[in-house]
Ligand binder design. Structure first.
Ligand code: ZN
Length: 312
């Protein structure tokens, strides 16, 4: 039964710049170009690996005039991506060349971490993992397969009290504690290989009560994997019976089916099914090349296309 992070969704500023950073500078594959189903005048971009496998996905709602966010307690403070350990120097040079704000490499849980901000101020990290160059990768003209990003490494959550969040991770979402580094406690999906794709969540204890402000660069929610509807229903029942948490009803997101809930620490969590995946409405070979709309929005395509910003 697969567990782990399914995707991370953030808010962004200008759509064109978001595409430039994630598809060109970071070399992720744009696996779906669609709209926010709840706000169809806004894009929803999904980036991932060649097929958009669960755990490789980072998604954005870009708003042309979004005010910048500010990270605070009860939010995701960092989204980390996996790179081969042997590609740390490649990425250090590339981040410098792209003019992105970054820090010198540091060690965390024995891994090399390059912390960087995207142009909206979103806190990213590239984490060097030994042996990753052997995993399949999406390569681009500028980024060879041996250096390419291999999906999500982890999210770091900033919490006033990590214990109730840890209980949800371990009792419902399939994680177990695997280590501590200063104030950070690391959890890993129990069925994942070491440092597997989307397998890690770090809980950081906040020093103060400061609340953040959602805006461009803020993570909106973190989605966790359920193999299918039955596994998702089991997790929903467990949340209610053992933790007193009620989720939303299931929403059809076309590429997965989702329920949402606010975890006790304040972070919006989603449980998304692995099925049906991103090839449900276009072939793998041409993922992300056309604007795709769910059936209920297709009759409004002309009006939607007229209000979306030009991106290419
Ligand atoms: Zn989501």
């Amino acid at each position: 039964m697969p567990h782990g992070i399914h995707h991370v969704t953030a808010m962004a500023g200008r759509a064109h710049r978001n595409l430039d950073i994630y598809a060109r500078t970071l070399g992720l594959r744009l696996v779906k170009r669609t709209v926010n189903f709840d706000d169809p005048g806004t894009y929803h971009f999904y980036y991932g690996d060649e097929t958009g496998q669960p755990g490789s996905i980072v998604t954005f709602f870009p708003w042309e005039h979004a005010a910048p966010g500010q990270v605070g307690v009860g939010e995701t403070m960092e989204t980390a991506l996996r790179i081969p350990e042997t590609a740390v120097a490649f990425w250090t040079h590339r981040l410098v060349a792209a003019g992105l704000r970054h820090e010198a490499p540091q060690k965390r849980f024995g891994e090399t971490v390059l912390r960087v901000r995207d142009p909206d101020g979103m806190r990213l990290a590239l984490v060097g993992v030994p042996g990753l160059e052997a995993e399949p990768a999406w390569s681009t003209a500028e980024i060879p397969a041996e250096a390419a990003i291999r999906g999500v490494h982890s999210v770091g959550l900033l919490l006033a009290d990590p214990a109730p969040t840890a209980a949800i991770l371990t009792d419902v979402l399939g994680f177990a504690e695997v280590g501590r580094d200063d104030e950070v406690v690391r959890y890993r999906a129990v069925d994942a290989r070491d440092a597997g794709v989307g397998a890690t969540v770090d809980l950081h204890t906040a020093g103060g009560p400061a609340r953040g402000r959602l805006g461009a660069g803020s993570v909106h929610h973190v989605a966790f994997r359920a193999a299918d509807d039955a596994a998702q229903a089991d997790m929903v029942a467990r949340l209610a019976d053992r933790h007193g948490i009620t989720t939303t009803g299931q929403r059809d997101r076309n590429y997965f089916r989702s329920v949402y809930f606010r975890e006790p620490g304040g972070v919006l969590f989603e449980i998304a099914t692995d099925q049906p995946g991103f090839a449900v409405d276009e072939p793998i070979a041409s993922l992300g090349t056309a604007l795709k709309l769910p059936p209920q929005l297709e009759p409004r395509r002309a009006a939607i296309e007229a209000v979306l910003p030009q991106v290419a």
